[in-house]
Design a protein around this ligand. Structure first.
Ligand code: ADP
Ligand code: MG
Length: 140
């Protein structure tokens, strides 16, 4: 299996509860390496642009407000089959449906305030990494 990259966000519900380290540790223990990381406060433009694919969904407005509400930590993660590995350790979108030991089962507050974002495909990983990082900021 090839070493690949994925994009992750530690969401406002987690930074607010001081869980940046706890979440990062779970990612690292799942075999992922943080090769880029920065704490940012998303603008409306960034939040709307990043989640443009969900524009028509009923929760879009709520999602954008949430992502702008507090700082987030955006990260590039590297590892074998990184996209799937990250999705596996994240757990299901709805924490009530997430498996034990996953980040969302252990830490998410609700289906909206669910602690982490992770790219859902290699193609989207590349787009999402480029949305937040320059080449120079990624050091593998
Ligand atoms: P995932 O983050 O697991 O890839 P989606 O791409 O379907 O999930 O949704 C993006 C984000 O939108 C979710 O992580 C969550 O924060 C929010 N969201 C999804 N479904 C709902 C919902 N029914 N109500 C409120 N927020 C939601
Ligand atoms: Mg998604």
């Amino acid at each position: 299996m090839a070493v690949t990259r994925t994009f992750s966000i530690i969401k406002p519900d987690a930074t607010r509860r001081n869980l940046t380290g706890v979440v990062t540790k779970m990612l690292e223990e799942a075999g992922l390496r943080v090769v880029a990381s920065k704490r940012i406060h998303m603008s409306r433009e960034q939040a709307e642009g990043f989640y443009a694919v969900h524009k028509e969904r009923p929760f879009f407005g709520e999602l954008v407000e949430f992502m702008m509400s507090e700082p987030v930590v955006v990260q590039v993660l590297e590892g074998e089959d990184a996209v799937k590995r990250n999705r596996d350790i994240m757990g299901a979108t709805n924490p009530a449906e997430a498996e034990a030991g996953t980040i969302r089962k252990e830490h998410a507050l609700s289906i909206g305030e669910n602690t982490v974002h992770g790219s859902d495909s290699e193609e989207n990983a590349k787009i999402e990494i480029d949305f937040f990082f320059n080449k120079e900021e990624i050091v593998g």
